[in-house]
Design a binder for this molecule. Structure first.
Ligand code: GLC
Length: 488
């Protein structure tokens, strides 16, 4: 059997990105597109449906389908949409263009988000239906795709054959964002309080929970986080729901695409380098330091940190430990966008000591690559981390990561002291500035031994997280299993 699969997501690199979700959707879809050659089990190309936000560029060779009309989820009227198809990297990107919902600034945080994503899901499913081929697997990502499970339930209740054999899997990238819709917003989803679709919560609908409860399978993006998510401390109120799934909830570690992240071909680096020929890393370091206004001749450790400015990521631990780190001779480069207040301490530190602290307060793909390549250590002191991508990229760039022992970080970085001869980075436990400072201290002591450091760097660069042989086949397996569950 050849499966037809569609991914529904609110982000996809490079079209629309605020975080790792975008990279994962793109990389998984690319990799799935390469699997048919191996087994013929997936119908190619895989579809990725993405809202067409104002900032999404439509390439000149994109192909627009005839307009599509769907009933407005709010009850009255119709919504007219365009589907714009783009031959992306081995998959078909399908932009769901509904100007009233998406031709605005920003992707999220509009008061009518429930309606916006309900429209997105309804139009996406209508487009998939119009193709005339049954959809075997609906792969929903995060809460934004949750309304698709409401659509399926509605269709099923109405005896609509399009939905009968459509299996669903929801991937949870971020358990902290639920897509909560209070009772006063249910009209945006087209459901009444007394509707069975509204579910058991008397106060409203949790779209992530809806997706989890109504899909055949649910997964998160690492085995470590999957285990943590079952506990009240990490479950964000959904641990009970997830426990209720038993083995229908599991973790699949994300990968990275080694061709997308490759210091030997990266045109923004001052000098290419690789595991076999790592010399260019020093030139990339010097270039980074010059760009941020640091002294390139100072050999003290340069600590890089990149991420969404979100409490999850632990920027505050670095800010609170910064004085000790600087006193020990380290320098700090932080890049992030998001909650501006989390950047305040770094703004102050950079103003006070611009030769030792740099803040790049924007989303900048090229600068990010320079930081991955040019830093001596890459920091990820996350409070929780479903998978994390920065640590994998840093490994690929030969920059040992310093990470908290949580979720996907613990699954992808081996501590050098706990695994002599095998370790790839530095892992610490407590979510405290002092634990972070101590881990950087351990790293600095090892760095004083050039032979040991070169060996660590070599092991880091040898770490293999490629999708094609790792996680993409596991998704294919999950798709098969979801179909089997659906068809009983
Ligand atoms: C979210 C998670 C992160 C994960 C990413 C992609 O951003 O916070 O841990 O790597 O999704 O799955």
């Amino acid at each position: 059997m050849s499966l037809r699969v569609a991914l529904l997501a609110a982000e996809c690199e490079p079209w629309a990105k605020t975080g790792g979700l975008a990279d994962v959707v793109d990389a998984l879809a690319r990799s799935l597109g390469r699997l048919p050659e191996a087994g013929g089990e997936l119908r190619a190309p895989v579809d990725v449906l993405l809202p067409r936000y104002r900032s999404v560029p439509v390439p000149p060779d994109a192909v627009a389908e005839a307009p599509l009309e769907v009933p407005d989820p709010r009850g009255a009227g119709i919504v007219t949409a365009r589907i714009v198809n783009v031959a992306a990297n081995g998959y078909r990107l399908r932009l769901v263009d509904v100007p009233a919902a998406f031709d605005r600034d920003g992707f999220y945080d509009h008061p009518d988000d429930p309606w916006r994503f309900a429209v997105f899901c309804r139009v996406a499913l209508a487009a998939l239906r119009r193709d005339g081929t049954p959809l075997d697997v609906l792969h929903a990502h995060d809460w934004h795709a949750g309304p698709a499970l409401l659509e399926r339930a509605r269709g099923e209740a109405a005896g609509d054959p399009f939905f009968a054999d459509m299996a669903a899997i929801v991937t949870i990238h971020n358990l902290a964002y639920h897509g909560w819709v209070g009772n006063d917003g249910l009209g945006q989803l087209g459901i009444r309080r007394d509707d069975p679709l509204a579910g058991p919560n008397p106060d409203g609908v949790d779209l992530l929970r809806t997706a989890i409860e109504r899909s055949e399978l649910a997964n998160t993006v690492s085995p470590g986080f999957a285990a943590e998510a079952l506990t009240p401390a990490f479950g964000m109120g959904l641990d009970g729901t997830l426990r209720g799934l038993g083995d229908r909830f599991f973790g699949i570690l994300n990968g990275i695409d080694p061709d997308v992240w490759d210091p030997s071909t990266d045109p923004v680096l001052a000098a290419p380098y690789s595991r076999d020929d790592p010399a260019g890393k020093a030139a990339s370091r010097a270039d980074l330091l010059a760009r941020v206004g640091f002294d390139p001749d100072d050999d003290g450790p340069v600590l890089g940190m990149i991420g969404r400015m979100d409490p999850q990521k632990g920027f505050d631990l670095l800010a609170d430990g910064a004085a000790d780190l600087l006193a020990a001779g380290a320098r700090i480069i932080v890049q992030g966008s998001g909650h501006a207040s989390l950047a305040d301490p770094f703004r102050a530190l950079a103003a006070a000591d611009p030769r030792r602290v740099a803040l790049i307060e924007r989303f900048d793909r090229e600068m990010a690559r320079r930081i991955y390549a040019g830093s001596d250590l890459f920091l990820m002191p996350s409070r929780f981390e479903p998978c994390g991508q920065g640590q994998m990229i840093a490994l690929r760039f030969g920059t040992p990561p310093v990470v908290r022992r949580t979720g996907g970080l613990a699954d992808s970085v081996l501590d050098v002291d706990e695994h002599p001869g095998e370790g790839t980075g530095f892992v610490f436990d407590a979510a405290t500035p002092s634990a972070l400072v101590a881990a950087v201290g351990r790293a600095s002591r090892l760095r004083a031994d050039p032979v040991a450091w070169a060996a660590l760097r070599d092991r880091a660069m040898a770490a293999d997280f490629r999708w094609d042989t790792g996680s993409a086949p596991r998704y294919l397996e999950a798709y098969r299993r979801a179909v089997a569950l659906r068809r009983g």
